[in-house]
Design a protein around this ligand. Sequence first.
Ligand code: ADP
Length: 664
Amino acid sequence: MADKKKTKSKTKAKKIPAKGKAAVTPAEDITDNKPLKIVIVGHVDHGKSTLVGRLIHDTGSLPEGKLEAIRDMCDRRGMPFEWAFLMDALKSERDQGITIDTSQIWFSTDHRKYVLIDAPGHKEFLKNMVSGAAHAEAALLVIDAEEGVREQSRRHGYLLHLLGVRQVAVAVNKMDLVKYSKERFDEIEAEIHAYLDEIGIAPTHIIPVSSREGDLIVNPSKPMDWYEGPTVAQALDLFEAPVLPTDLPLRFPIQDVYKFDERRIIVGRVESGRLRAGDTLLISPTNKTVRVASIESWNSPSPVLAASAGQSIGITVEDQVFIERGQIASNEENLPIETNVFRARIFWLGRKPLTVGKTYKLKLATSQHNVTVQAIERVIDTGDLSSAEAETVERNAVAEVILRSRGMMVLDEFVDNPATGRFVLVDEYDAVGGGIISMEGYPDQRQSITVKSTNIFSVDHRITPAARSASNGHRPGILWLTGLSGSGKSTIAVELERQLFLKGYHVYVMDGDNLRHGLCADLGFSPEDRTENIRRVGEVASLFADAGFIVITAFISPYRADRQRARSIRSEQFHEVYVKAGLEVCEKRDPKGLYKKARKGEIEMFSGVSAPYEEPEDAECVVDTASLSVSESVAEVMDYIDRHLGGVDHHHETGKEEKAAQTS
Ligand code: ADP
């Protein structure tokens, strides 16, 4: 559903002046000795191995005599030399474990070392990436100049997006076969941009190359002197160096709390960032802050003042707040996400297939949650990388799923912090899958559950709810209409309002667009803003109900968690009405022309198209507007209202409570 959502790419294309090694301005933060892990992907015949062979040779990374040995071998067997043989030779040595050094393929430019992440097949590659056994920090996508963007290139591009590889450069290979034509390159470049843009990848560079002839891999190209960008090696050097765990925001998942003489020692492993004695930490999800009194160490004679990623430590804190295993401590400025739903890219290992509706145990850092599979968005075949919709995920498949828990989970997106952005799923006692987290289309709910105000005292009204009902002749209520855009919420809401008003009911419609002009004018359509929008609607609706009104809200309100929160403010008066019509029907109606715009990409994050719509599971009233007319639909809700809210006798219930209200 949400494949068209644009993810923000943090990589910026950098301009470099001219060709040739010496002209490269490397990324400022290149650390000399930490190798960058890259993966080279592309269609089988688009020349990956040749490019790698060239790259290794032209950067001078080949062991002495290697090239000659292969040339000799080719001569002996009477076959023409191919650059791809180099890669094969390196690989076979590695696979046979001949030398320890070639356990991975390495090469280096003047600026940095590289490790090629490679796996015997997609399956292993995906498994390693998702499980964290291997992690590519950048990628080079190889595309054939003759063939252009093929299905396989698309799948590889999607894979990079799926795995959260943010830095991607593209090599348009075999330029020699298209006579080094600038026109052809421009064509393909446009095609590549269009495709990658669609999946939210902003390539740092698109480079025309000939791996066979050695053009623009490391050396400049005469026939392509029209090209002004970097060579492949330069483009790699321009990738940003990986961020070290110590430089990421602090994440200190609590593993245990020990009582130790008078002290309480909180132990765990610092997964990322740094922590110092005296720091103020925020504990999620309780949102309590504590000050670090000391860092305890078992084997250091002198006091420890700081700890950083990778260290297991114990701390004592100055404050007496409730702390337990599974919570995460961080700094106040850079907090983890709190949510009860997220998008997961999983590698499934279970013997029994993963199914929608089933609950598994999720382990994330030191926390455990029961999560239910809300939806399977797509399943990716690890053989050919094709993706399809499916009801189940079989063993060894990769899938994009939506997972939901009852309570709040504390986590990060994998691209921001691998340690707290990765999890394991357990069924009974077996690990059945591993996965990485993406919040694409889902809001961080921290904001909507955080109460900032303090010293609050409610004022008691001197009119009781019963007195209001008796005076109005009906009970108050919130009719919370939810459904896709165009499902009929506004149409039904305003007609209900008219009919109820004629019956003498105190009724008011709150509609999305109206509120967005005023109360919510500061909000956009990002997941967080939508959540905040609905939070305000819920609060205002609750006030109306408190005033004795029947309030009808007409908002898509796509997230279950948001509706749940609105309900919880005044659950006894909350009536969820699912205005039900499928995407197809709504899109055909398209009363405001919004679907057309969304499909053209003019509206981002459109519920049902490029952002999630989570159907209600237990709405009090469901109106199927796809099969009913407007008046039939309205009649159904009217009937519901009459049964649940109507019929309060003016005189009958003006009893004790109202008297109390009048006399007190
Ligand atoms: P929403 O407020 O949910 O975005 P609107 O009420 O603006 O949707 O638009 C719904 C459209 O569908 C209107 O053009 C309406 O006439 C049409 N429609 C067809 N059948 C129904 C029905 N049974 N209930 C409500 N609207 C319907």
